[in-house]
Design a binder for this molecule. Structure first.
Ligand code: FES
Length: 522
């Protein structure tokens, strides 16, 4: 049967004004839902118990748990709920993670793997609890999760994954009937996995947060946090919000350089949602063992099924995004009878130096300031786990996972050669980028709706030419810590390769850690 190759945008997309996310490509989740909200009037004198910065799954879950425990919370977002990675995730809910239990045993000791597994189990249970208790209509479906190996080398890794999962007390079994068209040598199946619609889920959390008296402040980029009179004041262009504690649920914490910026590497993952001509949609979550791996699942919206396929991840600001999409589409089309690629989008995540997320008190910050980051590709689960840890730390002063996820921990990273490489790369970028870009002769090299770093009279400039032909010139120096941003041709954004800050084509901050826009040069 003939296959139709990729089309980047289609008439199934919602109107451009109805959705916003941290890129120009709508995700499948943007199709039927927007979480843009009304302005909130804030009493300037109120001192909240907690300000939670960032309204993705981490921030919303944290804020809801804290509010329900009797804390008065203000949930603040620079844009709106679900604008960032939660709106671009593929929303897999797993009992295993990108960092295998074997890797956790190796880096943190044998007791750490069952503890990590327990934190994941708690997170899955909390999602189930919220969905059932609040009747959240978010397409939550329980699925089996298959992981397969295609080479002898991958078989060894799969054996490690399987045996260490068993040791950690996680339900897993050999599988010989994987719902995949890809030929494989060996496979395992995890039970009790799930999938949902991430924006519908956090919309449910948002409703419950509001019902329980929580305050939501949107379009408020927190540019600074001051300490005075025994509390913190978070300052945006429009607001001064006071609180006794601050939680950064923003991936990497924003502002000045923090040790977490060097222990996490920003990555982008690519996703397509495609219709299949033969209707052979997998009724499961499916993962290969390639590096980086591909992942597949099915989601139905308005009666239309979509194959949601992801992969071809790379470090932010490094590879060609269009190439990554092309490779993902080619790979998917090789095995599935792709009729139409209805959506394509990318999303950002952070790879932690030693394999586990950093959740707890922000190193170097005053007492009462918390952060959570380094979820790898497991944001739905580890974001939820982070909310449990931080809400426990705030309400009881302790968490059984406090030491395991302590952001101030120092672990040998010898087993994580990749991240050693990442850190070296960040340092190199700090020093080298400002001197290493080839001279480009003229602004004419920049075509419509495209961006380039160019050099004019020895000065580097970030140049974007809009579809009408007008040229916008920005200082390419990232306002976080002065790396040079790179053009992301797929999402039409300026991405910083150092710590993952992203700016739209006009230089406005999309995601931290930067708090200030790129300087306009022209
Ligand atoms: Fe840190 Fe750009 S994100 S220098």
């Amino acid at each position: 049967m003939a296959k139709t190759e990729h089309t980047s945008k289609t008439d199934v997309l919602p109107d451009a004004h109805e959705w916003e996310r941290d890129g120009q490509n709508a995700s499948l989740w943007n199709k039927d839902i927007t979480l843009k909200n009304e302005e909130t009037a804030l009493p300037e004198t109120e001192v909240y118990d907690v300000i939670v910065v960032g309204a993705g799954i981490t921030g919303l879950t944290t804020a809801l748990l804290l509010q329900q425990a009797g804390n008065r919370c203000a949930l603040v977002d620079a844009h709106h709920a679900g604008f960032g990675t939660t709106g671009g995730t593929t929303a897999h809910i797993n009992t295993f993670a990108d960092t295998t239990y074997a890797e956790v045993e190796q880096a943190f000791g044998t007791d750490a793997a069952p503890l990590f597994a327990e934190s994941i189990r708690d997170a899955v249970e909390l999602i189930r609890h919220f969905v059932e208790t609040y009747q959240i209509d978010c397409d939550l479906e329980w699925r089996q999760g298959y992981v397969y190996a295609e080479t002898e080398e991958e078989v060894k890794q799969l054996d490690d994954l399987y045996e260490s999962a068993l040791r950690a007390g996680v339900g897993v079994a050999p599988a010989d009937d994987v719902p995949t068209p890809v030929p494989y040598l060996k496979a395992v199946v995890f039970d009790g996995q799930a999938q949902f619609h991430p924006l519908k889920y956090i919309r449910g959390l948002l409703n419950e947060f509001r019902k329980s008296g929580g305050t939501v402040v949107e379009n408020a980029c927190i540019r600074e946090v001051e300490t005075a009179d025994g509390h913190y004041t978070a300052i945006s262009d429009q607001h001064r919000i006071h609180a006794k504690r601050v939680v950064y649920a923003t991936h990497i914490p924003p502002g000045g350089i923090n040790v977490l910026h060097f222990r996490n590497a920003p990555y982008r993952s690519y996703v397509i949602a495609a219709t299949l001509a033969d209707g052979a949609y997998p009724d499961a979550l499916v993962y290969d063992s390639q590096e980086p791996y591909h992942y597949f699942r099915t989601h139905t919206i308005d009666g239309q099924r979509y194959l949601v396929a992801g992969g071809h991840d790379h470090k932010t600001g490094h590879n060609d995004p269009e190439r990554a999409f092309a490779d993902l589409i080619a790979y998917t089309s090789k095995y599935y009878n792709v009729e139409q690629v209805a959506y394509r989008w990318s999303a950002q995540y952070y790879v932690p130096a030693d394999g586990l997320p950093y959740i707890g008190h922000l190193p170097g910050a005053s007492e009462g300031i918390y952060a959570a980051t380094g979820y790898n590709g497991n944001g739905m689960i580890l974001g939820t786990a982070a909310a449990l840890v931080i809400s426990d730390l705030i309400t009881t002063g302790d968490s059984k996972y406090k030491a395991l996820f302590d952001p101030a921990r120092v672990k040998p990273v010898a087993g994580f050669a990749e991240v050693v490489k990442e850190n070296a790369d960040v340092v190199k970028r700090f020093i080298g980028d400002r001197f290493g870009i080839a001279q480009i002769d003229s602004l004419a090299d920049v075509s419509a709706d495209d961006g380039r770093i160019i050099e004019l009279d020895g000065e580097k400039l970030a140049v974007y030419r809009d579809p009408a032909g007008e040229v916008h010139v920005l200082d390419p120096v990232c306002t976080h810590a002065k790396c040079i941003v790179q053009w992301n041709s797929a999402e039409k954004s300026w991405d910083c390769p150092c710590h993952g800050a992203r700016y739209d084509c006009f230089g406005h901050v999309l995601t931290g850690p930067a708090r200030a826009d790129l300087d306009q040069m022209l």
